[in-house]
Write a protein that binds this ligand. Structure first.
Ligand SMILES: *Cc1c(COP(=O)(O)O)cnc(C)c1O
Length: 406
């Protein structure tokens, strides 16, 4: 019997619902970004493609607010960018401090364990952030070469305070790695000004783009650390020395120099980069430039504040108490709000009601927050007044249908 006779594979046209994605990501694609996914494929050594690559790198520097030459998109989800940082910046037995107060900060810790780091894990209750005193004490005790933290923790809706953190790390000769996946392109973040050495995000959160392509930037100090490793990076696919030979062969990791030559140095094939995802990322970033980051940040903040007011009108409360508009202070993360599920309400039923009746997706809590909160994302293209209005009115119906009367 042939394989086909045995298996009888059925095919049909995919019919996916059109959802309004107001969870922790993915969020909806901007139509212009969506269009780029069907642009024509070209080869990875085509001069036209090199231009797309260079433009994308320049646009990413704007996104990160950095002059870092090594600013490239990683082919993979946000987690691949996270693993790029961990695998490149940690050698076996390197001392690392991991600040952990949520799901994603714990994921960084789990990765660092696999790469053989000597880790001081500083645990703090989910929903809190770390003070400068706590950070300094960890730096003094452990004398790490790398400190890791999450800026916008999607599991808790908390924004880590950044004021003084970079200065402190550098005072103790330590590189600073920051996960910005749920925040970059939605909430103010300044890689150079805040002295961050390694930072990354993902396409599908505040960039209104597809998952699978993840901007990453390394400072010259981070690159130097990589150039002077005693052991090769244990992850070949994510080895930035190799990736650099394709993305920016003019850059020298050891001394941070950029050698401009004519013709430019040859790019060396590493892996086939996902061209359409890069076109899409480039378009997401052009949208940011057109609107202006200041306006983008203001729009996200306004949407979040409208959401808080709407929640209050329904008798609901954001889980994180402290609302801090200052960009460098800790507090609520404007792009992702955790909402306390009221006593007696089945959070899952409310989510199902929103999905079935309004095609709106929000998420429940994970880890320590399972069953305790809903997670509402207002990210990128989705952070606008009409979406918030629709969500609040749909929530009102969903709560009533589930026996909650405010
Ligand atoms: C979503 C997210 C990630 C992981 O991104 P993936 O694309 O799902 O791998 C990492 N960190 C934070 C803070 C996130 O919100």
């Amino acid at each position: 019997m042939s394989y086909s006779d045995k298996h009888k594979i059925k095919t049909c046209t995919m019919q996916l619902p059109v959802r309004l994605l107001l969870g922790p990501g993915p969020s909806n694609l901007h139509p212009r970004v969506n269009q780029q996914l069907t642009s024509s494929m070209i080869g990875y050594t085509d001069a036209n493609y090199y231009t797309v690559m260079d433009e994308t790198m320049e646009l990413m520097r704007y996104l990160f607010q950095t002059d870092n030459h090594f600013t490239i998109p990683i082919s993979g989800a946000g987690t691949a960018a996270m693993e790029t940082c961990v695998s490149n910046l940690i050698e076996p037995n390197d001392k690392v401090v991991c600040l952990v107060s949520g799901f994603f900060s714990d994921r960084i810790y789990q990765m660092a364990v696999r790469y053989g780091a000597n880790i001081l894990k500083v645990d703090k209750q989910w929903g809190s952030w770390f003070s400068l005193e706590e950070i300094e004490s960890a730096l003094q005790t452990h004398k790490p070469s790398l400190l890791t933290l999450v800026f916008g923790e999607t599991s808790t809706g908390v924004k880590q305070q950044m004021e003084g953190v970079g200065e402190l790390c550098h005072k103790y000769n330590c590189l600073l790695m920051v996960d910005c996946v749920a925040a970059l392109g939605g909430v103010p973040f300044f890689v150079d000004q805040w002295k961050v050495d390694a930072c990354y995000t993902g396409g599908q959160k505040c960039l209104s783009g597809p998952p699978g392509i993840s901007p990453l930037t390394f400072s010259d100090a981070a690159c130097k650390k990589i150039a002077t490793r005693k052991t090769p990076v244990a992850n070949w696919y994510l080895d930035t020395l190799l990736l650099g030979q394709y993305w920016c062969p003019e850059y020298n990791f050891a001394d941070g120099k950029v050698v401009k030559s004519d013709p430019p140095p040859m790019r060396k094939y590493h892996h086939t980069t996902p061209a359409n995802l890069i076109y899409a990322l480039r378009e997401s970033l052009i949208l940011l430039v057109e609107e202006g980051l200041d306006n983008v940040w203001a729009r996200h903040q306004a949407a979040a504040i409208q959401l808080y007011q709407g929640l209050e009108s329904l008798g609901l409360k954001p889980f994180v108490n402290e609302l801090n508009e200052s960009s460098e202070k800790g507090g609520r993360l404007f792009s992702l709000t955790t909402v306390t599920i009221p006593e007696g309400v089945d959070g899952k039923m409310v989510m199902k009601y929103l999905l079935d009746n309004f095609n709106i997706e929000i998420a429940g809590g994970i880890g320590a927050f399972a069953g305790k909160v809903w997670r509402v994302g207002l990210m990128g293209f989705n952070a606008n007044p009409s979406n918030v209005k629709l969500l609040i009115s749909a929530m009102s119906d969903a709560l009533k249908a589930n026996g909650y009367n405010n």
